[in-house]
Design a protein around this ligand. Structure first.
Ligand SMILES: Cc1cc2nc3c(=O)[nH]c(=O)nc-3n(C[C@H](O)[C@H](O)[C@H](O)COP(=O)(O)OP(=O)(O)OC[C@H]3O[C@@H](n4cnc5c(N)ncnc54)[C@H](O)[C@@H]3O)c2cc1C
Length: 388
C-alpha cells in the first residue's frame, strides 16, 4: 500500500489530521490498534476551547456540536465559604463549549466514513521504518496478515503509549509527576450547576463538570494508587458534597446513579523535537498535561491544525517552510498550555502543607478578586488563538 501520509492512531489528533489533509487534497491512511467502537466510546476530555470550536465548524464538523453542545461563558472558582464566577466572554471575549471527546470522535468517524477514508482498526505490531529517507510502516492487520504501508510522511498521533514517540532519537524529555490523581465519575443525574465548579478544599480539590443536561461528570483529588472500586457510591457523593460546598448559600449537590468510575494519574510531559526526518508527532504522542486546565484535547487539535498546513504545503507545493518550523511553532503553544495546566493544578490541589494552603488561598482570592488576575485565567482557559 502507498499513501502520502501514514497516520498512526485514530484518536482526535489522527482523525482530524486525516480530515484536514483530505480537505487540502492530500491522501492518508490511518492505522489504529483498537476497534472503531472502542475509540468512539472512550471517555476522556469534555471542554472545547473557542478556537477548537471555530476550527471544527470551519471544516464541516460543527453542526452537532452547536446543536447538542453547551456554550459556557466561564467557570466558578470556589473555596470554603466563597464561590466566584469568572465570565470569560466579559474578560477575554471568548467562550468554551462542553462537548465530550466521545462526541468529537463520533463526528470525526462519521465524516471520515462519508469521505471513504481508509482506516485500519485492530492492527498490531505497528513499526516505523526508514524515517529519514523513504518511510514505511509495517503492521499486522486484524486478520493476522503482515502489511506494509509506504508513505512520504508519517504522522505519529498514537498517544503516550504508541511507537511514534520512541522513534525520535535522543529526544529532550521534560516530565513532572504529581503526587495525586483524579477520581472521576460519570453519573446519570442533571448537573447541579450551570457552569463548571473548580473547588479548593482542605480535604482536596473537587470539580463539578458535566457532559449533557442529564449526565454529570465529577472529580475528586485522591492519593496516587487509589482503587476506584474501594470507594462506595455513598462515600463518593458524601465527599463531593463536602468539597463542593453542599449547603453553602443554599446550593445543593444532587446525587444520582454512578455509571463509570476511573482514576487518572496526573503528569506533565513534553518531548522535543516533535519531528525526526519525515516523522511528525502530534497530540499526546508529544505531550501530556494534567486535566485541570482542560487542555489535552485542545492541544491535539491545535497541533494538527499546524501540521496539516505544513504537510499540505510540503506535498502540494514542495514547500518545506512550515514543516521545518512545525516543532518550534507547536511547542510555543504546548509550553503555554503546560504552564497553565501546571498553574491550575498547583493552585487547586492540596498538599497537606499549611504554608502551601495559605499561598493557594491567597492566589485564589487574587484571581477571583482582581480583573487582571481573572483575565489571565480566562484568556488561557478559553484558549489563545490558533497560531499563538
Ligand atoms: C483517561 C483519560 C482521561 C482524560 N481526561 C481528560 C479531561 O478530562 N480533560 C482534558 O482536557 N483531557 C483529558 N484527557 C486528555 C485527552 O483525552 C487527550 O489529550 C486526547 O485524547 C489527545 O488526543 P490524541 O489523539 O493525541 O491521543 P489519543 O486520544 O490517546 O489517541 C491516540 C490513538 O492512538 C492509538 N494507538 C496507540 N498505540 C497505537 C499503535 N501502536 N498503533 C496504532 N494506534 C495506536 C490509541 O488506541 C488511540 O486511539 C484524558 C486522557 C486520558 C487518558
Amino acid at each position: 500500500m502507498r499513501t502520502q501520509v501514514a497516520i498512526i492512531g485514530a484518536g482526535p489528533a489522527g482523525l482530524l489530521l486525516s480530515h484536514l489533509l483530505a480537505q487540502g487534497g492530500v491522501s492518508s491512511v490511518v492505522l489504529e490498534t483498537r476497534s472503531e467502537e472502542y475509540v468512539a466510546a472512550r471517555i476522556r476530555a469534555g471542554i472545547l476551547e473557542h478556537s477548537s470550536v471555530e476550527l471544527l465548524a470551519s471544516v464541516g464538523l460543527g453542526s452537532r456540536l452547536r446543536a447538542e453542545g453547551d456554550e459556557h461563558r466561564g467557570i466558578y472558582l470556589q473555596w470554603p465559604g466563597e464561590r466566584h464566577h469568572l465570565d470569560f466572554v466579559d474578560l477575554a471575549g471568548r467562550s468554551v463549549w462542553v462537548y465530550g471527546q466521545t462526541e468529537v470522535q463520533k463526528d470525526l468517524i462519521a465524516a471520515r466514513r462519508a469521505d471513504d477514508q481508509e482506516i485500519h482498526y485492530e492492527v498490531s505490531d505497528v513499526s516505523l521504518h526508514d524515517l529519514a529517507d523513504s518511510p514505511y510502516v509495517t503492521y499486522t492487520d486484524k486478520d493476522g496478515q503482515s502489511q506494509r504501508l509506504d508513505a512520504a510522511f508519517v504522522a505519529g498521533c498514537d498517544g503516550s503509549f504508541g511507537p511514534s514517540r520512541a522513534s525520535i532519537p535522543s529526544p529532550k524529555v521534560h516530565e513532572k509527576v504529581y503526587p495525586y490523581s483524579w477520581f472521576g465519575i460519570l453519573a446519570d443525574v442533571a448537573p447541579s450547576t450551570d457552569e463548571l465548579i473548580y473547588a479548593w478544599h482542605p480535604d482536596g480539590f473537587a470539580l463539578h463538570s458535566m457532559r449533557s443536561a442529564t449526565v454529570s461528570r465529577l472529580y475528586l483529588q485522591v492519593p496516587n494508587g487509589t482503587d476506584p472500586q474501594s470507594w462506595s457510591d455513598d462515600r463518593i457523593w458524601d465527599e463531593l458534597a463536602t468539597r463542593l460546598g453542599h449547603g453553602q448559600n443554599g446550593w445543593k449537590l444532587n446525587p444520582g446513579p454512578i455509571t463509570d468510575k476511573s482514576v487518572l494519574p496526573m503528569r506533565s510531559y513534553v518531548q522535543t523535537p516533535m519531528r525526526h526526518g519525515n516523522l511528525f508527532l502530534a497530540g499526546d504522542a508529544a505531550h501530556i498535561v494534567p486535566p485541570t486546565g482542560a487542555k489535552g484535547l485542545n492541544l491535539a487539535i491545535a497541533d494538527v491544525a499546524l501540521l496539516s498546513k505544513a504537510l499540505i504545503a510540503q506535498v502540494k507545493e514542495k514547500n518545506p517552510t512550515l514543516a521545518d518550523a512545525y516543532s518550534d511553532d507547536a511547542q510555543r503553544r504546548v509550553w503555554r498550555c503546560t504552564h497553565f495546566s501546571w498553574w491550575m493544578t498547583t493552585m487547586l490541589h492540596t498538599s497537606g502543607d499549611p504554608f502551601d494552603a495559605e499561598l493557594q488561598l491567597s492566589q485564589l482570592r487574587w484571581v477571583a478578586g482582581s480583573r487582571a488576575g481573572a483575565t489571565g485565567l480566562a484568556e488561557n482557559y478559553a484558549g489563545l488563538p490558533l497560531g499563538y
